[in-house]
Design a protein around this ligand. Structure first.
Ligand SMILES: *[C@@H]1O[C@H](CO)[C@@H](O)[C@H](O)[C@H]1NC(C)=O
Ligand SMILES: *[C@@H]1O[C@H](CO)[C@@H](O)[C@H](O)[C@H]1NC(C)=O
Ligand SMILES: *[C@@H]1O[C@H](CO)[C@@H](O)[C@H](O)[C@H]1NC(C)=O
Ligand SMILES: *[C@@H]1O[C@H](CO)[C@@H](O)[C@H](O)[C@H]1NC(C)=O
Ligand SMILES: *[C@@H]1O[C@H](CO)[C@@H](O)[C@H](O)[C@H]1NC(C)=O
Ligand SMILES: *[C@@H]1O[C@H](CO)[C@@H](O)[C@H](O)[C@H]1NC(C)=O
Length: 518
């Protein structure tokens, strides 16, 4: 996927506007900084892993001069976590400037993940070679209260993933609402203001801090608008500044625009195009035209007034180079015009983790000390980046089927709600320093193997384990259990029990009990 970059120099503005709503993190920094009137804060409140460093290069924007990187190779993902409003919509922007922070002269390539969905590969090589930073944007719906943004190694990652800045910008309900964000995410391909010659539009011109890159085309005529539109007339609330300039064509000729200016992978895209008649309202001449994309009709008889208009498609197939053609209506007296456009790749959601399983793991995370450092973000998804020790099913609503934290140096105890993970087949917690009783596991009817050996569990060995229909291995050696193994367990068919001598019935001191299948 292509990248978009901005120059290291940013223009400064001074308007007295309310600050935008969201989180703006200057990753790896220890003090706040300001960019475009937005306060960027240090990031350590939102992440517990990674190391920080400063790039020694003059004239760098403050948000690019520090970064957080993740040298831990065993970690399956490295996550930022945000508490957000329920059922809300956010624009997430990640910014990367490598700056040879690791002295390897080779920017790492890695994955970025939002919620449980793999978002994209991050490859800043080309931008870095040009002395530019890279950024990526995605629009996401958050059904619950948690939003996580994670980086992870992939097959091509040879050094530490890193991040320079992270924006989580709140959006209004009508924005991009033709896409069901409960099913899809929108990953930015291009957002351009046409005919502009240098200045990027951002906050405060765009109150949602979207970046509108200027886009010029020598073959097209640029025009400038006298009037200004009302952003709230449009569902996407575009900045009026994006309409100030636009492209037009020679009289009577169709306007042809090769945009986005690079080939695209064949898939579905959200496309929004913005138009405005730049003249004073006229009763006798109008800008009326058809819009087609790669020869397919996109919008017919568009009659563009001074108030402006947006046309969009939520799922439009594109591949390779895109050509937008505006053909003036037969009786139109004026040429066609186009002012701005946005294209997003439509990314299906990667599924969701069963909420009860996710909650049970969150409870466990609270009750054990020193859990694996990657126990953050979505516990199951993407499946290749589940929490260490957690294995999940391939269903659309995925379930935890195995939990294996053998020999991880854990202390603390097992939370009682672990028994709500009713799809779990294997629970392996051996060789740790866990204390407290074995919770009631009787609802876990799928459980086949239970390993609690070499810990400091105490209390009685629950008789209710005998009710687990599929349990075949029960390993309890070297704990502090009181009393002997209940008879019902000893008599359970097909169950192999390993226990310490002190918990054996008096007739059996071998340390192993095998109850054979008759
Ligand atoms: C990263 O930080 C950890 C913990 O603070 C430290 O042990 C480790 O040495 C650091 N790694 C590097 C490469 O600086
Ligand atoms: C990263 O991008 C560079 C420059 O476009 C390319 O040569 C390289 O193959 C990419 N790396 C990976 C792992 O995709
Ligand atoms: C999107 O928002 C607009 C403005 O609130 C509303 O009129 C429209 O019906 C919404 N569309 C969808 C698909 O929800
Ligand atoms: C465009 O709109 C104007 C004003 O509403 C109308 O008079 C005109 O007929 C329309 N032109 C076309 C081609 O639809
Ligand atoms: C759990 O992890 C241990 C240690 O890594 C391994 O020996 C064991 O086979 C694993 N159990 C399962 C069910 O995968
Ligand atoms: C005691 O252990 C032996 C083998 O170690 C086994 O054959 C026997 O069935 C056990 N006794 C009881 C009562 O489970």
């Amino acid at each position: 996927m292509s990248l978009f970059f901005f120059l290291l120099l940013w223009f400064y503005v001074s308007h007295a506007l309310p600050p935008p709503r969201g989180f703006y993190l200057n990753c790896g920094s220890s003090s706040p900084t300001k960019l475009n009137e937005i306060n960027y804060t240090p990031d350590q409140e939102f992440i517990t892993v990674g190391n920080t460093t400063t790039i020694k290069q003059k004239d760098l924007l403050p948000i690019l001069s520090t970064l957080r990187y993740f040298p831990d190779k065993s970690s399956r993902k490295h996550c930022y976590n945000f508490l957000v409003a329920e059922n809300s919509k956010y624009l997430v922007r990640t910014t990367y400037y490598y700056g040879n922070f690791d002295g390897k002269n080779n920017p790492p390539v890695f994955d970025q993940i939002v919620g449980g969905t793999k978002w994209s590969v991050v490859n800043t090589t080309e931008d870095y070679a040009k002395g530019q930073s890279s950024y990526y944007e995605i629009i996401v719906g958050v059904p619950g209260k948690r939003l996580s943004v994670c980086l992870a190694k992939n097959a091509n990652t040879v050094s530490s993933p890193f991040i320079s800045a992270l924006d989580v910008q709140s959006l209004e309900n009508p924005m991009y609402n033709s896409t069901d964000l409960g099913l899809y995410k929108l990953s930015l391909i291009a957002r351009n203001s046409f005919g502009g010659d240098g200045e990027m539009i951002s906050y405060p011109d765009d109150q949602y801090n979207r970046l509108w890159q200027p886009f010029s085309d020598q073959k097209l005529t640029t025009l400038t608008s006298k009037s200004s539109i009302k952003p709230s007339d449009f569902w996407n609330i575009p900045p009026s500044k994006a309409f100030v300039e636009g492209f037009t064509a020679t009289k009577g000729k169709p306007l042809e625009l090769l945009w986005p200016p690079f080939p695209l992978p064949a898939t579905r895209y959200y496309i929004a195009l913005y138009f405005q008649d730049n003249r004073s309202p006229s009763p006798s001449s109008w800008r009326a035209f058809d819009v087609s994309i790669n020869g397919v009709s996109f919008s017919r008889n568009l009659n563009v007034s001074t108030n402006g208009v947006m046309v969009y498609s939520g799922q439009w197939p594109l591949s390779d180079q895109t050509k937008i053609t505006l053909t003036p209506a037969k009786d139109a007296s004026m040429e066609a015009v186009i002012n701005a456009g946005e294209v997003f790749q439509v990314i299906p959601l990667g599924g969701t983790t069963n909420i009860i399983d996710a909650t049970a793991l969150e409870d466990l995370l609270e009750s054990i000390k020193e859990p694996p450092v990657d126990w953050s973000g979505d516990p199951c998804l993407p499946l290749a980046n589940s929490w260490t020790g957690v294995t999940c099913s391939k269903e659309k609503i995925t379930r935890v089927i195995s939990l294996n934290l053998t020999n991880r140096g854990l202390s603390g105890s097992l939370s009682p709600t672990i028994n709500t993970m009713t799809a779990l087949k294997d629970l392996w917690m051996g060789k740790n320093k866990l204390t407290g009783p074995i919770p009631d596991l009787s609802p876990m009817t799928k459980l086949e193997t239970l390993h609690l050996e070499d810990n400091q569990f105490s209390g009685a060995i629950p008789e209710s384990l005998a009710q687990l229909p599929n349990l075949r291995t029960l390993s309890l050696k070297n704990n502090r259990f009181q009393g002997t193994i209940p008879i019902a367990l000893l008599q359970k068919k097909g169950l192999t029990i390993q226990a310490s001598p002190e918990n054996m019935p008096s007739t059996n001191t071998t340390g192993q009990i095998r109850v054979a299948n008759n």
